[in-house]
Design a protein around this ligand. Structure first.
Ligand code: C5P
Length: 215
């Protein structure tokens, strides 16, 4: 039965976007709502997991019965994830900003300032770090959003980041992706490729069921 699948297991879920500040009032981010991550947390809780959600700025109700930790930047997310990296299951559903301003301005940049260029550097890849520091028996699940060649790119990501599973979203599908209540994902594992579709809550339950019941 689904209920006890994650009994006694420590589950960490990341959700929502991260923000990288350019100056005190401007940032780089993305439209992630946190819905898929929160749905994963809720599903893991329903299955008996002890769940901690580490999440960026979101505007939706927090799932009940789980610990929540708020972060803003990718660096903060990385610190919190490292502090919880001993979990049995880690689900990276956060839409992590890939770039951060190299030297954020301490004061608001004025319209007349020369702001014609913005130097960016890469943020740490948290899922990849987790994959390369994975402990025995830990299950690592990532998400991937693609606009083309979804399965191929996502499967490559799974391998290079050393994740056990990647749930790939196509944002070409208008019922999927940022902000929607529904989702269509392809779950990729070692020799596994399976599609799931429905509300994000349904998809979350189906994914965990597939991974922990038969996976
Ligand atoms: O490479 P891409 O961003 O498409 O990979 C998506 C997966 O990697 C997601 O699970 C996301 O949470 C994770 N990720 C990460 N750190 C980054 C970028 C993505 O953990 N800097």
């Amino acid at each position: 039965q689904l209920r006890g699948l994650l009994s006694g297991k420590k589950v960490v879920v990341t959700a929502g976007p991260t923000r990288e500040f350019i100056d005190p009032v401007r940032f780089i981010s993305n439209p992630s709502s946190g819905k898929m991550g929160f749905a994963m947390a809720e599903a893991a809780r329903t299955m008996g997991g002890e769940v901690t959600v580490i999440h960026g700025p979101v505007h939706i109700p927090k799932p009940g019965g789980v610990d929540t930790i708020e972060i803003v930047s990718t660096d903060e997310l990385f610190e919190q994830v490292k502090a919880h990296a001993d979990a049995d299951v880690i689900i990276m559903a956060a839409a992590v900003a890939d770039f951060t301003p190299e030297s954020p301005a301490e004061q608001k940049i004025k319209k007349n300032d020369d702001a014609s260029s913005l130097k960016l550097s890469r943020t740490p890849d948290i899922l990849s770090w987790l994959g390369h520091h994975k402990r025995e028996g830990q299950t690592l699940i990532g998400f991937a959003m693609e606009t083309e060649n979804m399965v191929e790119y996502a499967q490559k990501k799974r391998e290079s980041k050393k994740a056990d599973w990647i749930a790939a979203n196509s944002i070409a599908d208008h019922n999927s992706g940022f902000g929607t209540d529904t989702n269509t994902v392809t779950l990729l594992g070692e020799n596994v490729r399976q599609d799931f579709s429905g509300t994000k809550k349904d998809v979350a339950r189906q994914l965990l069921d597939r991974i922990f019941n038969t996976g």
